[in-house]
Design a protein around this ligand. Sequence first.
Ligand code: PRP
Length: 190
Amino acid sequence: MRSRSVLDNDVKEVLVSEEEIDEIVTRIAAEIDRDYSKMEGKLLLLCILKGSVVFMGDLMKKISLPVEIDFMKVSSYGHGTVSNGKPTIVLDLHRPDLSDCNVLIVEDVVDSGRTLKYLTEYLTIKGARSIRTVTMLDKPSRRAVEFTTDYCGRVIPDEFVVGYGLDYAEKYRELSYIGILRPEVYTHKK
Ligand code: PRP
C-alpha cells in the first residue's frame, strides 16, 4: 500500500480497495486469456485516454497472451460533471489495417454508454476483425444509450468516483484505490 496522499482527505469513502482492484484485474485477465486463446488474429488492447491508463497498465501485465497496445482519446464532456453527449475523437488510432486485430477497448468507467457505442461503431467501419469492450467500473443507472460491456470489473452506484485513473478536474488519478469524492469538493463549498 502506498503512503497516504493529501488527496485522501477529499475522499468520503473507499469504494474499491487496492486489494480488490488486484483481484478484479486478475479475474478479468483470466477471462480474456480464456476467450482470446481460441481466436485467430492478434489481440490489440486499445486504451481510451486518459482515465483508463492505470487499468490498462495493470491489465496488460496480467494477460498471459501476447498483446499489442494502442491509444485513443475521445472527448464527450464539457466542463464539470455533465456530459454534452457528443463524442469527438481527439486522438485517433493510426493503424492502416485492423483486419487482423481483435480490438479490446479498455475503459475505466462506462456512464452514458455513448463513448463505447460510438467507438464500437467507428472501429467496425475501420474494419477491425473483432471488437469487444472491458471496463473497470460500470454505472448502468446512468445509461443514455443501450450498451453492455463484454468484461466488467465492478458495477457501482451513481456516485462521483475518483482514483485509479479517474479524475475530478484532472486531480486524484494517482490514487491506488477507487473512492467516492466528498461532495464539498465538487460543489466548491470546501
Ligand atoms: C470518461 C471515461 C469514459 C467516458 C465514459 O472519460 O473515461 O471514456 O467518460 O462516459 P460515457 O459512457 O458517458 O461516454 P472522460 O471524458 O472523463 O475523460 P478522461 O478519461 O480523460 O478523464
